[in-house]
Structures are given as structure tokens and as C-alpha cells.
Design a protein around this ligand. Structure first.
Ligand code: ADP
Ligand code: MG
Length: 265
């Protein structure tokens, strides 16, 4: 991976491509975008779909760890063969750096890297490709819209006002790129009380619904609130350990909500 010219066309951008491509976007970092991407992808694979995850957070790549992948891709002819974990094919710049060396590319290189991941990785016949986008309204989101015009966006936010404001901006980019926003996912929606049935609104309340409503107005099509995922320490532990929560505890509330999203995409 040298940011060179891609050797092949992007299969997902060809007319008649049957792969649904979703960019998972957020305004802020740390709202759970990568955790959501990984768990939704695995939930889809559990229900029999052929799924790929492209870690498009070039600087902040965290997807390989969350999948428990510590090996790099192999190369066959000029194609990059993505490693597979929990039934999902995965590619990330994290697989191409030595140790934990930072990626220090400038803007145009990011576009090239995304293009190469889309064209030169042997994805096979995927039903769904999920892209974990970097936070914010930056280059990569626009590149995705250019490279795969039919791609759609899933917006992740927390209930917090500061997060919802940026999430709205991330979503309204879609108006300029003419991308469909499939829905909003509110993560860290509440903390289930350990002693009773109550929900503790640690980060405020109503942010997800507010973003969905706002995007519906701005984009002029229905943008539903797809799910509210509670805070669950095992979601983080699973991410660190490389075993997604939908695998370790498929019946808990967070996993149910993540599956709801998987079923809607
Ligand atoms: P992003 O990709 O948006 O930066 P991450 O998926 O890396 O966010 O999540 C940020 C941190 O919050 C991680 O440590 C992750 O394990 C944790 N986390 C995400 N969602 C939840 C949740 N619902 N409950 C508990 N911890 C969570
Ligand atoms: Mg991330």
C-alpha cells in the first residue's frame, strides 16, 4: 500500500453492483462509531450476509483490534486479500503500518488509500460493505461519495448536545453529496440502573431523536432513529479483547439494539 494508482475499477461503483455500501459517520470522535461498525457487521454476518468492513479512519484506525485481528493481509497477484474474523472481511491501514507507527499522510493520500481499499482489495461478492469513517465532515466522507456515489450514510451520535450538533453537520454533508442517510443511531443512550429498571441519562437525553428530526428536515427524506444503545462496559471490554458483544452476549439489550440496526440496513 503506497498510495499508488489503483490497478482496478471499484466494483461497488459499477452499474448493477448488488453490494450495499454504508459509511458510518459521526461528528465527534469517541461516540462509538467503530464499536458500532464492528458489532453491526458481525450481527449481519451472523444472519448469513456476506459482509466487509473497510476501516476508513486512516489515522485513527481501531477496527483490527476490535475484531481481534493481528495479522496483515496477504497479496495474490495485485489483489490484497483481507483477513477475516467473526465472519467479516476486514481491511485497515493499521494492517500496513509497522507496530503502532502513526500514519502521516496528507489529504490526497487519504483519497488514494480509500480508492485502493475499494478497488484493489479482493472483497468478493459482498452483500454489504461498511466503512468506519473518521470523525467529522472531512475529506474521506466526500471521497466516499465521489468514489461510490450510491453509498449511504449511517450517523452515530450520543445524547449529548455537543455531539448532536456535530453529528448534524456530518449528516448534512449528505445534502451536498446527494447521499441517502439511512438513519441515526444513538449510542451511550443511557446507563441501565444496576438495582432497578430505571435508565440513568448520563450524557443527557433525546439527542438521537433530535438529530434524526433535524436531518429529516434538512435532507427532505425520512431519517429514522434506528436504535438506542445503552452504556455497557462489556462493549468496551469486547472491543479491547477482539470479541464483539454480539458474539459474547447476543441476547443483552445492547446486542439486540445493534441487531435492529443490522436488520434495517
Ligand atoms: P469512535 O470510533 O467513534 O471514536 P469507539 O467505538 O472507539 O468510538 O468508542 C469509544 C470508546 O467508548 C471505546 O473505548 C469503546 O469501547 C467505548 N464504547 C463505545 N460504545 C460504548 C457503549 N455503548 N458502552 C460502553 N462503552 C462504549
Ligand atoms: Mg473509531
Amino acid at each position: 500500500l503506497r498510495g499508488g494508482t489503483p490497478t482496478r475499477v471499484i466494483p461497488f461503483a459499477q452499474p448493477g453492483s448488488l453490494t450495499r455500501v454504508y459509511g458510518v459517520a459521526s461528528g465527534k470522535g469517541g461516540v462509538g462509531k467503530s464499536s458500532v461498525t464492528v458489532n453491526v457487521a458481525v450481527a449481519m454476518a451472523q444472519s448469513g450476509l456476506k459482509v466487509g468492513v473497510l476501516d476508513a479512519d486512516i489515522y485513527g484506525h481501531s477496527v483490527p483490534r476490535m475484531f481481534g485481528i493481528d495479522r496483515g493481509p496477504t497479496q495474490v497477484d495485485k489483489m490484497i486479500m483481507p483477513p477475516q474474523a467473526h465472519g467479516v472481511k476486514v481491511i485497515s491501514t493499521g494492517m500496513f503500518t509497522r507496530g503502532n507507527a502513526p500514519v502521516t499522510w496528507r489529504g490526497p493520500m487519504l483519497h488514494r488509500a480509500l480508492e485502493q481499499f475499494l478497488s484493489d482489495v479482493f472483497w468478493g461478492d459482498l452483500d454489504v460493505l461498511l466503512l468506519d469513517l473518521p470523525p467529522g465532515t472531512g475529506d474521506i466522507a466526500i471521497s466516499l461519495a465521489q468514489l461510490v456515489p450510491s453509498s449511504e450514510l449511517l450517523v452515530v451520535t450520543t445524547p449529548q448536545v455537543a455531539a448532536t450538533e456535530v453529528a448534524e453537520r456530518a449528516g448534512t454533508i449528505a445534502a451536498q453529496t446527494r447521499q441517502n442517510v439511512v438513519g441515526v443511531l444513538e449510542n451511550m443512550a443511557y446507563l441501565p440502573c444496576p438495582h432497578c429498571d430505571e435508565r440513568i441519562d448520563l450524557f443527557g437525553a433525546g439527542g438521537g431523536a433530535a438529530v434524526a428530526e433535524r436531518l429529516t428536515t434538512v435532507l427532505g427524506h425520512d431519517v429514522p432513529l434506528l436504535a438506542q444503545i445503552p452504556l455497557d462496559v462489556r462493549l468496551r471490554e469486547g472491543g479491547d479483547a477482539g470479541v464483539p458483544l454480539v458474539v459474547s452476549d447476543p441476547d443483552c439489550e445492547a446486542s439486540k439494539q445493534l441487531r435492529t440496526v443490522a436488520d434495517r440496513l
